[in-house]
Every structure is written in C-alpha cells, then in structure tokens.
Design a protein around this ligand. Structure first.
Ligand code: NAD
Length: 484
C-alpha cells in the first residue's frame, strides 16, 4: 500500500556548508494548504541543531567579518543572479507550499532579486560619520561594526521574500546568519540554501527547520547569537524580546499590522476600490500591510460600501492548481481559517450593527479557504477593528470629520502601514503627519521599494527592513578616538 503512494522529498538542513539530518533524526511533514496534501518532509530541529548552526555561523564570522564590502557585494550579486535563474522553480514551490496563486508567487521572486541587488550596492556605501577633532589633539571617527551571528526568524506569509529581506542587509553588514523559516513554509528557504551553498563560504548562511516551540527559545538565548531579527506575530515578538532581554540582545522586530485606509469625501473612489480589490485580498489578506480597515467619509460611505462589496464578490478564488485565473488562493492552514471564521462570526451583529456585505463564509471543501469578505459598520472598539485578522477581510467605518478619522486610524496597538486618499494635498500631508504608522501612502496602498524603509511604530515593532536603514540596524556604532 505504502509503495503506491507518491514519494515526497525529505529535505536536510544546511549547517556549516553541509546538509545534515536533525540531531534527533526526526522529521516533520510540510503540507500544501490548498488541498491538505503532504508535499515534503523537513528536519525537526531541536536545541542541539541550534547549537550546531550557531557555532558554524560563529566560526564563519571570524573570516566573513574581514571580507571587504566589495567581496561581499560580488557574492550577493551572484546570489541574486542564481535566484533569478530559478524564478519559475522557486515561484511554483512557493505557490505549492503557501497556497498562493502561481502567478503571484512567481512575481515575488524578482522582488527578492532586486532587494539583494540593492543591498549588494548599499553595503558598499555604508559609512560612519566624517572624522573630526571634537577635543583638541584627538581625532574621532565612527565605525559601523557587524553584530556577529544574526538569528533570522521568518514568517509564513512571504517565505522567500522575508528571508531575502533578512539575509541581504545582515550579510552585507558583515554578519553571518542562522535562518529559521516558518515550519509551515520552509521549502524555498531550503532551496535558497542550496543556491547559496555554491556561492557563499560555509557557515555564512545556515538554514535550520524547527518549530518555534521546539527551538525558538534555544535560538534566541544562544550565547553565540548576537542579534535576533524576527518577522511574525506581535505576541511572538514580545516573547522573543523577553527571552532576549536576559542577555540584552539586539532585536529587529517586524510584527503585526492593522492598516487603516482613510478615504475622504473628495477621494477618487474607483481608484480606492480598485486598489482594495487587489491588495486587501492579495495573499488571501495574509499581509501585515494589507489595506484592511477602511475609515470612509460621511458623504461617500454608502456608495463606497456598495461598490466595494460588488467588486469583492467578483474575485475568483480557489485552489491555485485550478487555473491561472485564480486571483486568491487558500489561507496558510486550517488553523488560520478557524481564526478568520471565528473573528468574522463574532463581528457579525446584523442590521444596525456590523453587517457582512460580501463573503463571510468558510466554504465546505478541502483546503484552508475563506471567502473574500467585507464587513460594514463595525464599532471602533470591536475585535474585528482592533485585532489583526490576517485573512481576506476588510472592515468599513463611517467617520464624522478629519479629527475622528485620525483618532480612529491611530486607535489600535499596531502602527505598520496606512493610506490616505484625498484630492487635497494639504489635508493629505496633515493626516500623513498625524497618523502613527511606519509607512503612509497617499492615494495608493501597498507599493514597497528596496530603497525605502519598511517597519513599524508601536506594537508593530522596531527596526527597519529594506533601505539603508536596514543595513544600519544590523551594525553596532563604534567611536574610535585617536590621540594625536
Ligand atoms: P508567527 O509569530 O507565528 O511566527 C513567526 C516566526 O517566529 C516563525 O518562524 C515561528 O516559528 C517563529 N517563532 C514562534 N515562536 C517563537 C519563539 N518563541 N521563539 C522564536 N521564534 C518563534 O508569525 P506567522 O504566523 O508566521 O506570520 C504572520 C505574522 O507575521 C503576522 O502577525 C504578520 O503581521 C507578521 N508579519 C509582519 C511583517 C512586518 O514587516 N512587520 C511582515 C510579514 C508578516
């Protein structure tokens, strides 16, 4: 019987330039959430594997830190080229592992490539401040030193893209890395390690695969790990921060989001709806910057709700293998669909209260699906407005005036991304200043670019991804004073 089942690949971990099994010999299955099928097995790392990986990274750091920016840049460019040569393979694997539409998954890979190319260049112009004599007879200069070994902990929503955001600046700053992808989506990170094995010196990039529960604390607390960079849930970030506090370890935290979309009465409504139809439901809404919390002006609210609901009902969703025209795939797992379903049910208070005007159901079919959903009129204090759904759900609220719009936008514990939609430049700039979010788009929402920083205010964390600021985050400032 077993012989007739299709065989799936068992991946090893990449530690110190070698491919190794977990110390326990145990493996874990990896599923395709679009249909629940097991598509691979990976090593179930334990604390012993963490120790091997951190030690390998610490050993590699001894030489890597002394390579020149040019040396590192040339290797980073080679890595980007090698990833580019596998765009299709990586995109398809990501689609299979994360339930994303194939086209969308493939489109993510050139973004990773561009990011690595940006960091290959940016790492060469990383600088300390100009030297000067601030005390007579003494010259001061600033150096930016690498931290050492960075534990890079990635989430499941954009597995290889988040891996790229982490390894690009960390390696270019002269650090070595232990990358821990989410156990739900480890496959593209392992292929990345395969690609890197031909390019980077052994131990510079190590990839281990374990659950947060099994190896999270061991990795964060490992004495050879100098810095922890995590993209994940805010509760995960808090737990990591508590563990890291014992050794006053450096942290880079990219956590949850709950992005407001402030739509004034003079906004181009068609443009807003067009944007939301694509980006609120992109990646099934499992995006920390997803435009998910519309705060609409009193005059346009009714038309906005009706038009958005009408458009959202046309989104073609389903198993990505059903065809290239699938616009929205599955959620990452049944547990995530449970979470979304629970929050939507609790939000639905019917006419007079919050009302589901599109979607709202979990379809009865295999795989982790939830319909693209719009909820009109929830209370500002309600769970659906305050907490991250991380699913294909948009809420729409009606504000009275600009002050209330700003107050509501800020009245959540998150502060990652937001957008303001208006034809009035002055109003746009006033609101952009007043709202506490790391990225504010005006008449747009979602576009990111390698040169500009991405990161949060408040419980969305601290530290920036992308841009020069990211490389700086992976360094320690040192003052060197020379007595003349
Ligand atoms: P998660 O918090 O469940 O897991 C993130 C990573 O942390 C995984 O690799 C996980 O194994 C690991 N982890 C879990 N417990 C740990 C522990 N105790 N110690 C060390 N590591 C541990 O997050 P997720 O569900 O994979 O991703 C979704 C979350 O990520 C959402 O909250 C989303 O907003 C956030 N996110 C934020 C950004 C951003 O840029 N701010 C980007 C993408 C996703």
């Amino acid at each position: 019987m077993t012989d007739t089942l299709p065989r799936v690949k068992t991946y090893q971990q990449s530690i110190g330039g070698a491919w190794v099994d977990s110390a326990s010999g145990e493996t874990l299955p990896v599923e395709n959430p679009a249909n629940g099928e097991v598509i691979a097995h990976v090593q179930a790392s334990g604390p012993e594997d963490v120790d091997r990986a951190a030690s390998a990274a610490a050993l590699a750091f001894q030489e890597w830190q002394h390579t020149t920016p040019q040396d590192r840049s040339l290797l980073m460019l080679k890595l980007a080229d090698a990833i580019e040569a596998k765009v299709d393979e990586l995109g398809r694997l990501e689609s299979q592992n994360a339930g994303k539409p194939v086209g969308a998954a493939i489109e993510e890979i050139p973004v990773v490539v561009d990011n690595l190319r940006f960091f290959a260049g940016a790492g060469r112009v990383l600088e300390g401040k100009a030297a000067n004599e601030y005390v007579a007879g003494h010259t001061s200069l600033i150096r930016r030193e690498p931290v050492g070994v960075v534990a890079s902990i990635a989430p499941w929503n954009y597995p290889i893209m988040m891996a790229g955001w982490k390894i690009g600046p960390a390696l270019m700053a002269g650090n070595t890395v232990v990358l821990k992808p989410s156990i739900r989506t480890p496959l593209t990170a392992l292929v990345l390690a395969e690609i890197a094995a031909d390019i980077l010196p052994p131990g510079v990039l190590n990839v281990i695969t374990g659950t947060g529960a099994a190896i999270g604390d061991a990795l964060v607390a490992h004495p050879k790990v100098g810095m922890v960079s995590v993209t994940g849930d805010t509760d995960t970030g808090k737990r990591i921060a508590r563990t890291a506090a014992d050794q006053v370890k450096r942290l880079h935290l990219e956590l949850g989001g709950k992005a407001p979309v402030v739509v004034f009465d003079d906004a181009d409504l068609d443009a807003v709806i067009d944007n939301l139809k694509t980006f609120s439901y992109y990646n099934s809404g499992q995006d920390c910057t997803a435009p998910c919390r519309v705060i609409a002006g009193p005059k346009v609210y009714d038309r906005f709700v009706a038009d958005l609901a009408g458009q959202v009902k046309t989104i073609k969703w389903g198993d990505p293998s059903e065809g290239d025209d699938i616009e929205m795939g599955s959620l990452i797992a049944g547990a995530q669909a449970d979470k979304v379903e629970g929050m939507v049910k609790r939000a639905d208070r019917g006419p007079g209260g919050a009302e589901i005007v599109a979607g709202g159901h979990r379809p009865d079919r295999p795989g982790a699906y939830f319909e693209p959903t719009v909820i009109a009129g929830p209370d500002q204090k309600s769970e659906i407005v305050q907490d991250e759904v991380f699913g294909p759900v948009v809420t729409v609220q009606r504000f009275k005036d600009e002050d209330q719009a700003v107050a509501w936008a800020n009245d959540v514990r998150f502060g990652l991304a937001a957008s303001v939609w208006t034809a009035d430049v002055g109003k746009a700039m006033r609101v952009a200043k007043a709202i506490q979010f790391g990225t504010v788009w005006i008449n747009d929402h979602f576009t990111l670019v390698s040169e500009m920083p991405h990161g949060g205010f408040k419980e969305s964390g601290y530290g920036k991804d992308q841009s020069m600021y990211a490389i700086e985050d992976y360094t320690v400032v040192k003052h060197v004073m020379i007595k003349l």
